[in-house]
Design a protein around this ligand. Sequence first.
Ligand code: ZN
Length: 388
Amino acid sequence: MEFEYWWLLVFPLFFALGWLAARVDIRQVVTESRALPNSYFRGLNFLLNEQPDKAIEAFLEVVKLEPETIDLHFALGGLFRRRGELDRAIRMHENLLEREGLAEEQRLRAMAELGQDYLKAGLLDRAEQVFGKLLETSRHGLARTYLLEIYVQEKDWQKAIDAARVLEKDTSKPLNADIAHFHCELALLEAARGNADAAADHLKQSLAANRQSVRANMMAGDLDAAAGRHEAAIADWRLVETQSAVHMALVVDRVLASYRQLGRLAEGVQWLRALYGRQPSPDLFNALYLAVSETEGAAAASQLAREELRRNPSLRTLDRLLEAELVNAPPEARELLQVEKNLVASHSQRMMRYQCGSCGFKAAQFFWRCPACGRWDSFDPERREGEG
Ligand SMILES: [Zn+2]
């Protein structure tokens, strides 16, 4: 098909229209704001030329010269916070609040902004104070949401539970999964103080808030195992499969350890083989491999790794296979196998990571609450091979 050259005329036409539209807007702005100082237009000009830093300096001058430009104060304050320039954001909002004759609605808005500045700056006491004052106002919903965030950061779990319960009623947004975690955190504290009964009580409350709380059953198992009740611990941990089968990757080592304590590791391996059939995953494979080499020897472990490598090829499985081969290898083959194994192991171990499904944060350790984005239950319970 012949190229239609007249089409080329269409693009300049679009540009001309866009330019015209932009000019019309600017004219309108000019006529509407004749009263504003020149620096306002310099600021606009910098913005249009994509020079935000210079635009901000120009707008700051406007704010000094024309204190009644309240919306500009808010716009700049919010911008500073987003850019992480928290000193400037705080100064901007504090200046607004010190002003006499500020309308009530704007005063509340400035307080809410200032509270968010303090929170982002890690000044939790001051943030708590500001949002505490806002609780008595029309902004109570927002205040309570931020207060909950502050209590979580302060690890004040009882206050967090109380705030979440009120917030649940106010907004009808379910927070029962969060409340279950707060009870688990309290259980951890009690267990660390040696108060096993108080800890167990919090775990019951955790499950009452959220029957699907995997963490509560995992911790109940930990308490039972620590008290030498391995049979009960195994029962607690096996319940996790009915709640969330993928989380078994986190408990499988504990289950096997308790079977070992009971002198029934072979029974544990049998259970794990069946679990692995229902829920194949790299972490479960790894646990199964180790348990099989311990109870059934290197030949059985090598056989298991071979089957797995055919089904789900991965560096970690290859590492396991080389490890098993190494045990039975004749002396002349050992040196080369050892080199291969070291090479593969250094790669596979470096790349195994837990990852937050919400923000992508990666860690060698599993977290119930992402340390980067602060979300609960956002971590995948399975480690993955991946870059970096
Ligand atoms: Zn995250």
